[in-house]
Design a protein around this ligand. Structure first.
Ligand code: DLL
Length: 431
C-alpha cells in the first residue's frame, strides 16, 4: 500500500529539483523569520541567495540540541505564537526541554508523513491500530494518532502500561497493528504468551521505534507475535515519528526526503561522507512553518542507500541506527545524558567522582543501577547513615533525569580506573 504514490515513487532527478526549490525557500524563510538563523548565517557570511544547488547546503551552519535549549521556550519559532496550534517537547525531563511548535500546516504535514509510514506497514482503513506510544508531550502518541486517522484506520489511543488491559483489548478488539517501542512490544509478547493467548492475537504488523533495536529483536518479535516487525524513526526537533519508516521489504527505512533533507557527515570532521558510508545523520526540514530546522545534527549514526526499492518507492533508505555520536542514551523512552547523573551525584557531600551507570533489561524493561564510590571516612560510618546518603542520591538523580534509579554505594577504589576516557556507562541490555 503506497499512500502518496506520486511523491514516494518520483524519479530521483525530479525529486532533486523539488528538494532544491524547497531548500531555497526554507533557507530564505528561516533567515527572514528566525533571528537565530540570521545571526548564524551572517557569522558565516552566507546569504540565502548563495544556495543554488543541493550541494550548496554544506555552506550552511549546523543547528544542535543546545541551540534549541538556548532559545527556550519559543526562540526558534518562525511564526507568531498564536499561529502555533500544538507544542511538543523532547522526552528528557530535566532542565530545559527541547520545544517544538506546529502550525496547522505542520500538523497536516505530520499527518501525511505518518499516514505514509503506517501505509508502509500495510495499514488501511480496515485496520485497528493499538497505539502504545505515550500520549502527551512526547511526539509518539499523537504522531501515530494523526497518521492513523488520516488513513481512516481505527485508532485505539491506549498509551503504554496496564499490560492486562492491553492484552484484553488486543484480543477482544482484534487489533491488527501494534505501535510501540520494541522493548515494550517484547514485554507484551511475553505477557501474552504467559496468559496462553498467543493464538487469539491477530496482529499483522508492528511499527516499532523511538529507541535503538536490533535484527535479533526483530526475529524475536516476529516469531512471538507472528507479524511484520518494522522500524520507524523520528525525533522531536524535526517533527516526531514519521521522518523515516521501513516498508515490508525490511531493507532500510525510507526517509520522507521530499520534506526532510538528509545528509551524512563525519562527526569528527563534519564533512559530508559518500553514499553508503556510516556517519551522523543531519536533517533539514524543507517545509516546516512553525519551527524550520536547518542542518540539524541528530547525532544518530546511520548510512544512506539510493535506488528503486522492490516496493516501488524511490525514497532514499537509511540503515537501522547503530549508535550515537554523543553519549545520549534512551531509558524507557526517556532521553538521558550520563553527565546529568554525574552532576546530581556530585551535589551530595562525601560522594567521590567515581561512578558507573549499569543498564540492564530484565523482562524487557530497562533498569538503571548507579554504583557510586563514597569516601573512606564515610564508608566506615554506621549503616543508617550510609542508607540516608544512598536515598539522598536516588532522590537527586530522580529529580535530575525523571527516572527512579537504584543506587549502590561501593567501597573506595572499587570502580576500575581508566587511563583514557572513563567508561561511565555499561549497557548490558544486549541489544
Ligand atoms: O522518539 C520520536 C518517535 C516516536 C520515533 C515514536 C519513533 C516512534 P525523541 O524522543 O525526540 O523522539 O527521540 C529522538 O530517539 O534521535 C534517536 O536517537 C532515537 N530513535 C528514535 N527512533 C529510533 C529508531 C522520538 N527507530 C531520538 N531506532 C532519536 C533507533 C531511534 N533510535
Amino acid at each position: 500500500m503506497i499512500w502518496d504514490r506520486e511523491a514516494e515513487c518520483m524519479p530521483e532527478k525530479q525529486r532533486q529539483q523539488l528538494q532544491l526549490d524547497r531548500l531555497k525557500a526554507i533557507v530564505s524563510y528561516a533567515y527572514e523569520n528566525v533571528p537565530f538563523y540570521r545571526k548564524r548565517f551572517k557569522d558565516k557570511k552566507i546569504k540565502p541567495e548563495d544556495i543554488n544547488s543541493l550541494s550548496d547546503i554544506t555552506k550552511l551552519p549546523f543547528t544542535e540540541k543546545a541551540d534549541l535549549r538556548e532559545g527556550y521556550p519559543f526562540g526558534m519559532f518562525a511564526v507568531p505564537r498564536k499561529e502555533i496550534i500544538e507544542i511538543h517537547t523532547s522526552s528528557g525531563t530535566t532542565g530545559k526541554p527541547v520545544v517544538t511548535g506546529y502550525t496547522r500546516r505542520d500538523i497536516e504535514l505530520w499527518s501525511q508523513v505518518m499516514a505514509r509510514a503506517l501505509s508502509m506497514a500495510g495499514a488501511t482503513s480496515d485496520d485497528i491500530i493499538q497505539n502504545c506510544y505515550g500520549y502527551g508531550l512526547f511526539t509518539g502518541g499523537l504522531g501515530v494518532h494523526y497518521g492513523g486517522q488520516k488513513i481512516g484506520a481505527t485508532v485505539v489511543p491506549i498509551s503504554a502500561g496496564q499490560t492486562k488491559r492491553q492484552i484484553q483489548i488486543m484480543t477482544d478488539f482484534g487489533t491488527t497493528i501494534l505501535t510501540s517501542t520494541p522493548s515494550y512490544a517484547l514485554y507484551l509478547a511475553e505477557a501474552v504468551n504467559e496468559e496462553g493467548l498467543s493464538r487469539k492475537v491477530k496482529l499483522k504488523a508492528g511499527v516499532f521505534g523511538a529507541e535503538m533495536w536490533t535484527e535479533r529483536m526483530r526475529d524475536e518479535l516476529e516469531k512471538r507475535f507472528n507479524l511484520h516487525a518494522l522500524n520507524i524513526y523520528g525525533l522531536t526537533e524535526i517533527i516526531g515519528p514519521g521522518v523515516a519508516q521501513e516498508c515490508l521489504e525490511k531493507t532500510g527505512l525510507h526517509i520522507a526526503e521530499d520534506y526532510f533533507y538528509p545528509e551524512i557527515i563525519s562527526p569528527e570532521t563534519l564533512e559530508p561522507l559518500p553514499e553508503g558510508q556510516s556517519g551522523e545523520l543531519v536533517l533539514t526540514t524543507l517545509t516546516r512553518e512553525g519551527m524550520p530546522m536547518i542542518r540539524f545534527r541528530t547525532k544518530d549514526i546511520t548510512s544512506l542507500t539510493r535506488g528503486v526499492c522492490k516496493c516501488g518507492r524511490t525514497l532514499v533508505k537509511m540503515s537501522r541506527i547503530t549508535g550515537r555520536s554523543d553519549d545520549m542514551i534512551k531509558i524507557r523512552g526517556v532521553i538521558v545524558f550520563p553527565s546529568q547523573i554525574e552532576r546530581a551525584l556530585l551535589e551530595v557531600k562525601g560522594v567521590e567522582p567515581h561512578y558507573q551507570i549499569i543498564i540492564t533489561r530484565p523482562h524487557h524493561l530497562d533498569e538503571i543501577e548507579v554504583q557510586v564510590e563514597v569516601s573512606q571516612k564515610m564508608f566506615s560510618d554506621e549503616v543508617k547513615r550510609l542508607e540516608e546518603i544512598r536515598k539522598k542520591i536516588e532522590d537527586k538523580v530522580e529529580s535530575a533525569i525523571g527516572l527512579r534509579v537504584k543506587v549502590t554505594l561501593v567501597e573506595p577504589k572499587s570502580i576500575p580506573r581508566s587511563e583514557g576516557k572513563a567508561k561511565r556507562v555499561i549497557d548490558n541490555r544486549k541489544l
